[in-house]
Design a binder for this molecule. Sequence first.
Ligand code: SF4
Length: 379
Amino acid sequence: MMDGTEKILDTFAASVRDPFNRLKEYKARVGKKAIGYFLTDFPEELIHAASMIPIAVLGNNENISLADAYFQNFACSLVRSTLESKLNHTLDILDGMVIPHICDTTQCLASIWKIAFPGGYFDELVFPKKRHTPSARTYLLNELSRFKKGLEEYAGVKITDESLWDSIRLYNNHRELLRKLYAFKRDHPQALHEREFFTIIRASMLMAKEEHSQLLSQMMTGLAERTTKPEKKVRLVVSGMVCEPLQVLDLIDELGGAIVNDDLCTGSRYFLEDIELNHNPLEAIVDRQLKKNPFPGYHIVSDEAGDSLLDMVEKTDAHGVIFLHLKFCEVHNFDYPDLKKRLEERKIPHLLLETELQMTSLEQLRTRLQAFIEILGRR
Ligand code: SF4
């Protein structure tokens, strides 16, 4: 029989397996509209404060065929899979969609979406590329004000400062819980499998924050009971957009690795920084956005990305770094030579793996991961 922790983990896994059927039930229960968003750095709080349900559209591992009519097959599988889900009606339960521009491919996706799927709510967000200038802050504030106004018109709801602060507080509390869970996992890597941990994070992007926070708090009490068998693990930092397919996480576990830090959009990038509660709520959202780690290739920065990667390694005493790139992702490949150089200057071992959401055979990855983890384990 499953105990409380197992049951909650099972609920999280079910929401990751079938997010849109769960959404259908939830929408019927609460009578609200749902707005999907593409990764990353999306200000969900604004949708929540407009009394709607924000939900991440994370792609899936099913074959892609319909999207081939719109995208070359050398576009990344995350974007192609998202479009496939729209074309095969998986996303029909959504009332609208928002696509932030984070690379040329997402910019293309937004253009296709606007033309191919007219009607319904749609918006795109354009973040500043240079973040450390006064004009970047002014620009982003205007962009988010425009976005907020559009949401208000669509939802027929005024987003007041009070409602936005309420949503911000809910999201801050939730982010804090996820950070606590990560800290616990670092200290007790044997207590949670990698797939379990990253499933909890993914579920947090797919379930109502109220429900996810409640289940997560409950689960963390039970997790202490799983800490009895300490094992030596190779401590790894994972860098990339998403960890796909999820079997990569099983491999890391099986081969004796433990992820102690990451900059994934379906990982730390989602919950690392809070929104400060000290001035106007929209400005506070802007300030959080501007202090986040640079997104590869998108933000024009000098050494910031390398600094933040080294910081992640040093803070968590990691043995090495795995770059987990989605095939055909130009932006991560663009930053890779500089990041590699920074790691090599500090003699930090690293490994680059390329994956796709639809990847079925992981044998080659297994061999490379096994060799990497074994070498690190002997140091
Ligand atoms: S994986 Fe790369 S190409 Fe694909 S959406 Fe992310 S940043 Fe863009």
